[in-house]
Design a protein around this ligand. Structure first.
Ligand code: COA
Length: 173
């Protein structure tokens, strides 16, 4: 049985559960037009939107539909972004990964470090054989990151979502 609200660490980072105190940071992430550029989601506009999002995330974790971490710098406890895994298709054989960083913290290798840790965690503890990531074909930063941490582009774009490509990483052979 996995502890769903667990903390993961890396050299520079602490990945911890989201809390309602993170609402201003979550609002900053989810209201940023540049961060949202390639994400198919309704932007948060107010602190209440951010709080509703945090509560929905917490509820999903309780229902074992996802795991979700705030990424913080261990040195100064600064919130820099989020990373999550959630149930994929194929009756639990896959899970999906998603991630985002505040703009001030991009270009420092932070997500590579966080994503490698989460991939190792999934590989060690979850009964899935494949991690998937869906990303916009023009989301170069995301594609570069996925390729750096070992994902490869697989399926052709879905006819219904031609702007989206699928990256996968096998955790078991
Ligand atoms: C996707 C996203 C998280 C990638 O962020 P990123 O900053 O490019 O990725 P990383 O944190 O791994 O940083 C990598 C960069 O830091 C540089 N870097 C600096 N210091 C580094 C270090 N100590 N270690 C490794 N890389 C370092 C790398 O060279 C690389 O830059 P480059 O690609 O220009 O060479 C970010 O663009 C984002 O939040 N986008 C909006 C949300 C989004 O689209 N999410 C994806 C949904 S599928």
């Amino acid at each position: 049985m996995i502890e769903p609200f667990l903390i993961l660490t890396t050299d520079r980072l602490t990945l911890r559960p989201l809390s309602v105190d993170d609402a201003p940071s979550v609002l900053a992430l989810r209201s940023d037009a540049e961060i949202n550029q390639y994400l198919d989601r309704k932007p948060s506009k107010t602190l209440d939107d951010a709080l509703r999002f945090i509560n929905a995330v917490t509820e999903n974790i309780h229902h074992k539909q996802s795991l979700y971490w705030a990424i913080t710098q261990t040195d100064d406890d600064t919130f820099v972004g989020t990373i999550c895994v959630f149930n994929g298709t194929n009756n639990g054989a896959t899970c999906e990964i998603g991630f985002e960083l505040l703009r001030d913290f991009q270009g420092k290798g932070i997500m590579q470090e966080a994503a490698n840790r989460v991939v190792a965690f999934v590989t060690d503890t979850l009964p899935v054989s494949t991690i998937e990531a869906f990303t916009h074909v023009n989301n170069q930063r995301s594609i570069q990151l996925l390729e750096k941490i070992g994902f490869s582009r697989t399926k052709e774009p879905d006819a219904n979502v031609p702007d989206c490509c699928v990256y996968t990483l096998r955790t078991r052979t």
